[in-house]
Write a protein that binds this ligand. Sequence first.
Ligand SMILES: Nc1ncnc2c1ncn2[C@@H]1O[C@H](COP(=O)(O)OP(=O)(O)O)[C@@H](O)[C@H]1O
Ligand SMILES: [Mg+2]
Length: 306
Amino acid sequence: MSPDSLFMSVNSIDSAASPPAIGSSAPIQVVAGRYQLERILGVGGMAIVFRAFDRLAAHFNHPSPYVALKIFKEEFAGFTDANYLLYSEYALLATLNHPNIVRSFQFDIDATTERAFLTLEFLKGMTLDQWLIENPLGTNLPKITPMLLEIIDAVDYSHQHNIVHGDLKPSNIMLTQNGCVLFDFGLGQMLSGDLSILPKISRKRFNAWTPKYAAPELLEDISLTTKTDIFALSCIIYELLTGQNPYYIDKKTKYTVKPTKPKDLSKKQWATLCCGLAIKPHDRLITAQELKNAFQPYKKRYFYWF
Ligand SMILES: Nc1ncnc2c1ncn2[C@@H]1O[C@H](COP(=O)(O)OP(=O)(O)O)[C@@H](O)[C@H]1O
Ligand SMILES: [Mg+2]
């Protein structure tokens, strides 16, 4: 069954109805005999993500038997390398263990539909692109700092494990009750280490990435590096503070970054952020760790002499 027909059947399900137990013959969509699709959580450039009721977990009385189930859209169904992307997302996430990075549970292929799927921790909240719609001017530094630090920390942790995300943007970050959570490592890569041998599939192959946050060198089809993530991360920080993307597409020069200093950034923070937004990768000399240090609230130290 195609995701579009899954879509139809899912739309017809009353998500408030209590799900049938294992063994029930209710005519609803169940993936791999286990995950009962309830509703669509989101649609990305390549995938549809459903909230799914995990019948096995429920059978064993798990208190929260829900997962997010990611499956490719119909138009990518014929691409066998799409399955590699989904597997790679699963494998990269399985090596990461951080409170601000989504957890992956299982990669499998449904025997009936022969479609690959991935299950993930179910995140409740709103993505940062939705947050930006509600906050079109961004927000001030003190208010946004905890969110910034969580996002930067997730990227820093991932870089320390030699993993680049490859598609950092507000719609790949969820603001939950427990803070910001980074997800969608579908275009991620391990730069060195055992998983670096996983197939690397060109972004252009699927034409499903967002140039708005892509480092300029990626337009030249240069491979991902931590610096490409730093560029995207700096764009996100700027946008959360101002509501605007720091650069616009100039048809003649391709990309021109013309950011102006957000009002409540210190000179040092601004210098650090500008370094992250540098067009030329060799000028982009900061790491995620350095960005984190720049946005760490200044702790006043008082020395008392007795
Ligand atoms: N673990 C999750 N929990 C809840 N919603 C999710 C989860 N993962 C993804 N989503 C929703 O699905 C959308 C698409 O997922 P994503 O992984 O970004 O797909 P794509 O690779 O196509 O961009 C997201 O923008 C988000 O709204
Ligand atoms: Mg996405």
